[in-house]
Write a protein that binds this ligand. Sequence first.
Ligand SMILES: Nc1ncnc2c1ncn2[C@@H]1O[C@H](COP(=O)(O)OP(=O)(O)OP(=O)(O)O)[C@@H](O)[C@H]1O
Length: 294
Amino acid sequence: MTGATLDAHVRVDRGRYVLDAQLHVDAGEVVAVMGPSGAGKSTLFGAVAGFVPLTQGSVQLDGQTVDAASGPHVEPRHRGVVLLGQEPRLFPHLSARENIAFGPRARGAARAAARGDADTWLERVGLGGLGGRRPAELSGGQQQRVALARALATAPRVLLLDEPLTSLDPETAGEIRTLLSRQIADTGTTAIVATHDAADAASLATRLVVLEAGQVTQVGAVHAVLDAPATPFVTVIAGTLPRAEVEGWEARIVRVEQDGGAVQAHARTADGGEVVLHLPAGTVVALGATVTVR
Ligand SMILES: Nc1ncnc2c1ncn2[C@@H]1O[C@H](COP(=O)(O)OP(=O)(O)OP(=O)(O)O)[C@@H](O)[C@H]1O
């Protein structure tokens, strides 16, 4: 199961607002998109998914054009691009298991196989044993786990995550962030995550695309962009990112674990010594980052 390479150059004219953006995402890569409110993140997602008509440009998956202003338009449901938003939007009358099995069933999978796969997904997202519950019997975080499982169960070519953690409390958001990151990596899914939170971009994505007033204003490795802001907007978001800065021995983060909500970062010094940093829930630690401890 591997995601597709995405190449999009999309222009959407909507009165005085114009989105004109280019986006390349490698197969299996996770890219974050950040921008002020109204910059066009949702419009960009709509164009990639096929819900927003292009004025100019095209969307290609693995080199195949799935949308062009004057050309083919593959229907959203046949594109393999799945959108996971702020709200889980589960089918309320179906159980968690049936919600997850719905996509594969619609594509012709046998009922028993789809339900069996759904149970595997429920285990993967930490909800083993809760498959018979309807959404109203699950917490917001549990519903978001079901929504993630439902999205990944269809083996999407591209997964679009539009503020997936925004409506969750900080502890649940931290858990889902870890889960998202692990499941996306394990499945090799190509993903784009739109977020207002630099910590989400830093923990989920390798590259960051900054979108302002419908234009891409900066793009690069997440930390490279945040370390060298090209616009006032990037300067502001870079300032919100928590950083570990103490004086002492240099150590490199080699492993990050979560215990309940709290984060434990294992860092190794050049001579092989290991220190464990106990950090508050929600702290973002980049693997390979260098910290100074004393
Ligand atoms: N259905 C619509 N009809 C007309 N204009 C719209 C529509 N949806 C969005 N817009 C406008 O398009 C522009 C881009 O909006 P969009 O929702 O894509 O931005 P965004 O970056 O996702 O914002 P936010 O972070 O607040 O969700 C804005 O100027 C917005 O007012």
